[in-house]
Design a binder for this molecule. Structure first.
Ligand code: FMN
Length: 366
């Protein structure tokens, strides 16, 4: 290729993330941050709701399009691997402000599947930390969902020593659970605490408890599960956020799938007037701008397309930050560089730097 001067290709240089054992380039402003332009009336007050920052217990999230929990059933002995670093890393790089790492069992008998993630012992901390480190290196935040599947702990020959809130099996294919004693319940609470401690040691910011779909905690709520009465109790106990989901509680339920099918439940909970209640769904702008929820967690659409945050920005005409290293291919197509004009890389760099300067007031992680 021959020699070229330092800035012939581009004057953009990656900066190392501090505090990691390996070099990882830092995003100078978290990807998915709205670029404010007060001179043209684009302020935190006028920006489309998906990109209005939200602060919870002192942590600020630069947008409200988050990755919902999705089990991958791909761990060996409960351990996260490079697969998970790449899998969660794709969304961190592309700008989701909070990424939910899939359910991790807090007890062996709490697994849904033998290949579930687990936080059953301290040797599971280091593999989780690798996933978390990558998410943080991209200036995004991570949560992990802790779970005990109760009487839905697997089925067929796999399930052993299953416990639940009742001795009745989920259906004929599932094992018959032992009805938990008060001692079993206290043991389980302690195991949740230990798993949460391990998650925090790995660097997790937010702990989520899987309390839906008929799993252990949910199965204690009530056979009819009156969520609208249950949620204020949890809120009073200090739970900050609720990801509203439905189905899986009772085998007689018939969930009607379709656009925004979970949103009416989120809206009913939000109408209780509790702070920071959110739901999930794909029509992000409609949900947020019509005040049906405070934050949207998206699941399957993120599997199809890791760029959902950028797509929401494009569809709402919002300028948001993009990956520093991808500055030659901005999602809004404003900067196009042909191979013959590669020496104009400095222009791209100016554009990126100017974007960052413009958003100094809403900078979250420097
Ligand atoms: C592959 C997959 C795995 C899932 N695993 C979990 C899970 O571990 N915990 C959970 O609470 N929800 C889980 N869900 C439900 C999603 O978080 C979400 O509530 C549901 O898919 C509806 O959102 P969507 O329409 O955006 O996909 C899972 C969904 C999918 C598609």
């Amino acid at each position: 290729m021959g020699e070229f001067s330092e800035n012939q290709y581009t004057d953009f240089r990656s900066v190392a993330v501090d505090g990691l054992l390996f070099f990882t380039p830092k995003q100078r402003v978290p990807v998915g941050t709205a670029i404010l332009n007060p001179a043209e009336g684009v302020t935190e007050e006028t920006i489309t709701p998906a990109f209005r920052p939200i602060t919870i217990r002192g942590k600020t999230f630069q947008n409200r399009v988050w990755v919902a929990p999705m089990c991958m059933y791909s761990c060996q002995d409960g351990m996260f691997s490079n697969f998970h670093v790449a899998h969660y890393g794709q969304w961190a790089m592309r700008g989701s402000a909070l990424i939910t790492i899939e359910v991790a069992a807090m007890a062996l008998r709490g697994r849904n599947n033998p290949q579930d993630a687990g936080l059953l012992s301290d040797n599971r901390i280091a593999p989780l930390k690798q996933v978390v480190d990558l998410i943080y290196s991209q200036s995004q935040k991570a949560t992990i969902q802790l779970q005990h599947a109760g009487r839905k702990c697997g089925f067929g020959s796999y399930a052993e020593d299953v416990q639940g809130s009742t001795a009745e099996p989920w259906n004929k294919d599932y094992a018959t659970p032992g009805e938990m004693t008060e001692e079993d319940i206290w043991e389980t609470i302690d195991a949740y605490g230990e798993a949460a401690r391990r998650a925090v040691v790995a660097g997790i910011n937010v702990i989520a408890i899987h309390d839906a779909h008929g799993y252990l905690v949910h199965s204690f709520a009530s056979p009819a599960i009156n969520t609208l009465r249950y949620i204020p109790i949890l809120s009073a106990e200090g739970v900050d956020l609720f990801d509203i989901s439905s189905g899986g509680t009772d085998r007689r339920q018939k969930v009607q799938l379709g656009q925004q099918y979970q949103v009416p439940f989120a809206k009913a909970v939000k109408d209780l007037g509790l702070p920071n209640v959110f739901g999930d769904g794909v029509t992000v702008h409609d949900i947020l701008s019509n005040n049906k929820a405070d934050v949207v967690q998206v699941a399957r659409e993120f599997l199809r397309d890791p760029n959902i945050v950028q797509k929401v920005a494009l569809s709402t005409g919002t300028n948001v930050t993009w990956v520093d290293q991808y500055h030659r291919a901005p999602m809004n197509g404003k900067y196009v560089e042909s191979t013959t004009s590669i020496m104009t890389g400095a222009k791209a760099s100016d554009f990126v730097m100017q974007s960052h300067e413009n958003q100094a007031p809403n900078k979250i992680i420097s």
